[in-house]
Design a protein around this ligand. Structure first.
Ligand code: WTA
Length: 647
């Protein structure tokens, strides 16, 4: 039987969706024809202290480079996510928290309770000397206090910088220091899949390398014994004596809201900066449109708040829209492969939004763990973070969704603030593996290597020719790097770093990164970062890292390592180096395979030919291409002969 390639909008969705196919076309056309009018109208979805009179003012050209949205508007993000809902839905559940341990009681917070918790947290921050514009590093597990902390920062105008709990003390120290953060909010320990993550101990280990750090606010989450130092305070102790009233700070639309570090093709991770008005508008607009959000629906984005998906679709988008958002502490497949669907049943989840890597891992366990659950409440499915292979897409659609729920495959980046290319469930016919069409205000363009614009059905590098409100505004502390990274490859355009195909229906198919970034389990990893970690090892002379195909992670990490003269590789050293990278960066960066290489393929000018290394890692030996320009072509034979495979 031929595979189904097109999945039309289901009839109920076509009939009932907020935005149908004609409405989508009309919106897209309106946003293109008069962006200022369109976005000033959309801005009314937020509550402003002072409404903006100007929309986007931007240029991607070097001479007058700059990006702003709603620059004369004044608002507060926490007031938009909390206070304005109190009159109409103060008693509605804002956050449902599902703990790691399946037997443990969930916690629920109404909007009124969440408001109180956030005000209390905001006063704790103030009591610790945090002021508007200060950077606050958040290193927390997926507990309700993480939501309180982010919204508390937003309430007083402090800039939060969340660091994923899986990052090492070194990676944490670098991120504290880069933005000169004086305060870290952490917990005694985190829990995930039944394991403890020693967050407080990691902060202690990071502290000597983060001289800006003055205060650590510690939340008692697990009750584990942790040593307290002079700089440490227990959250519950300070919180006991502060008021639960805290007026929201009026913020300019262009005041910073948060920094989030992300990997690029070169250098250290970049502090992506998002601002107040445009980001919140994009979070709210896309959450409502892409997920057709209606009051009463329980929305579950399974991402960790350490990533942008957790910022936009666990916290800001849903809460701005007065939604009920589910926060889950654990892993989708712990204690077993039914857990994710048990959580859906327990909380009557309407929309589940997760990463292809999680689906592939669950698919491996077969259909029985899914079929053991009801999933009757589930009406909409979403994916994000990496291309989804059609096989996983169909499994999600048929087995999980029983064929009734559309899948919204959302393409976006930390830099874009929220989804840019994604179907609308009531408007867009679906094709498995395609993120389908751009949202209103999004103008994709495909170009070839020389920057030549490509038209019609074709493949190329994905650029965006116009700004949208949720676009990042700068790299923290390095505006020149912002311009250099995104706007110089193809002058006058934002370059995404992704390769993409556009088909005859104008659908976009993201093919993956075309730069030296790899996507491991939906997490971005700079190959240069892993290489830097490897060469710090005393026995390593040189390292080159590329991606390799991996059936669960999407991409795995393949490292070629040249040892110092006189050293020889061994299984022991192989394991030691993997452990080393874990400690330097975190478990997500640990190489899947390491090949000891006496030499790396270099041009006569000394540049490593990564193209060849990628082909060997992909086991695509037949198409290595011309190797005659190498300084020493014979190294390739050795690399091919000793190719490493997943163990
Ligand atoms: C990839 C995550 C294909 C892409 C929101 C992008 C995707 C990078 C998709 C950004 C998708 C994200 N289909 N690829 N639906 N979504 N990507 O910054 O390569 O962690 O550039 O943001 O993930 O990763 P980031």
């Amino acid at each position: 039987m031929a595979e189904q390639l097109l999945y039309p909008v289901p009839e109920e969705w076509a009939a009932e969706a907020k935005v149908g196919s004609a409405a989508y076309d009309a919106m897209y056309a309106a946003a293109a024809a008069d962006p200022d009018a369109f976005w000033l109208e959309q801005a009314k979805r937020l509550e402003w202290v002072k409404a903006p009179t100007v929309a986007g003012e931007w240029s991607f050209d070097e001479a007058d480079f700059g990006i702003s949205w709603f620059k004369d508007g004044v608002l507060n993000v926490a007031a938009n996510c909390l206070d304005r809902h109190l009159a109409t839905r103060g008693d509605q559940i804002a956050i449902i928290w599902e703990p790691d341990e399946p037997g443990e009681e969930p916690r629920r917070y109404t909007y009124a309770q969440l408001h109180e918790e956030v005000c209390r947290f905001a006063n704790v921050l103030k009591a610790q000397g945090v002021r508007k514009g200060d950077r606050v590093t958040v290193y927390l597990p997926m507990i309700p206090e993480a939501a309180f902390a982010l919204l508390a920062c937003a309430r007083i105008g402090a800039i939060h910088s969340v660091v994923f709990g899986g990052f090492s003390p070194d990676a944490l120290a670098g991120r504290i220091q880069d933005c000169d953060s004086r305060v870290v909010i952490t917990a005694d320990c985190g829990r995930r899949g039944g394991k403890r993550i020693p967050l407080k101990a990691n902060v202690d280990a990071a502290a000597p390398r983060a001289p800006s750090l003055e205060k650590v606010i510690v939340i008692k989450a697990t009750g584990d014994d942790v040593p307290m130092h002079d700089r440490d305070v227990w959250y519950h102790e300070v919180a006991a004596s502060v008021s639960t009233e805290c007026a929201p700070e009026p913020m300019n639309a262009e005041d910073p809201l948060f920094i989030l570090y992300t990997s690029g093709s070169t250098g250290k991770p970049k502090g992506v900066l998002h601002t107040t008005g445009g980001y919140l508008l994009w979070a709210s607009f896309t959450h409502e449109l892409v997920f057709d959000y209606r009051p009463g629906n329980v929305f579950w984005c399974a991402a960790d708040i350490g990533w942008v998906t957790g910022h936009t679709y666990v916290i800001y988008g849903p809460l701005a829209n007065g939604a009920t958002t589910l926060m889950y502490e654990g892993l989708p497949n712990w204690p077993d492969a039914s857990r994710i669907w048990q959580v859906v049943d327990r909380h009557q989840v309407h929309t589940v939004f997760t990463a292809p890597t999680a689906l592939r891992a669950l698919m491996k366990e077969g259909d029985a763990p899914v079929k053991a659950t009801s999933r009757k409440s589930l009406k909409l499915l979403g994916t994000v973070g990496e291309p989804i292979n059609p096989e996983a897409w169909r499994w999600y659609h048929e087995v999980v969704g029983e064929g009734r729920s559309p899948i919204v495959d959302t393409w976006w980046q930390t830099e874009t603030g929220g989804a840019l290319i994604a179907p609308l469930p009531g408007a867009t016919d679906l094709k498995p593996g395609s993120a389908t069409k751009p949202l209103p205000g999004v103008h994709p363009q495909l170009v070839d290597e020389t920057g030549q614009v490509l038209h019609g059905a074709t493949s190329g590098n994905l650029c965006l020719t116009a700004s949208w409100p949720g676009q990042m505004r700068t790299v923290w502390g390095d505006h020149a790097r912002f311009f250099q990274t995104y706007f110089t490859t193809y002058p006058g355009k934002y370059f995404t770093g992704d390769g993409c195909r556009r088909d005859e229906d104008g659908y976009y198919w993201i093919t993956g990164r075309v730069d030296d970034v790899i996507n491991v389990s939906g997490h971005r990893m700079g190959t240069a970062e892993v290489e830097s970690a490897l060469v710090l090892h005393p026995r390593v002379a040189e390292a080159a890292v590329v991606g390799m195909p991996h059936d669960v992670k999407g991409q795995g990490i393949y490292a070629y390592v040249t040892l110092n003269a006189g050293e020889t590789g061994s299984d022991g050293l192989n394991a030691e180096l993997k452990q080393w990278v874990r400690k330097e960066i975190g478990p997500i960066a640990s190489p899947d395979v390491i090949q000891f290489a006496p030499g790396l393929p270099k041009t006569r000018s000394g540049k490593i030919m990564r193209r060849i290394l990628r082909k060997i890692a992909e086991n695509d030996i037949g198409s290595l291409g011309d190797t005659s320009t190498l300084a020493d072509p014979s190294v390739v034979d050795d690399l091919v002969a000793n190719r490493a495979t997943l163990g």
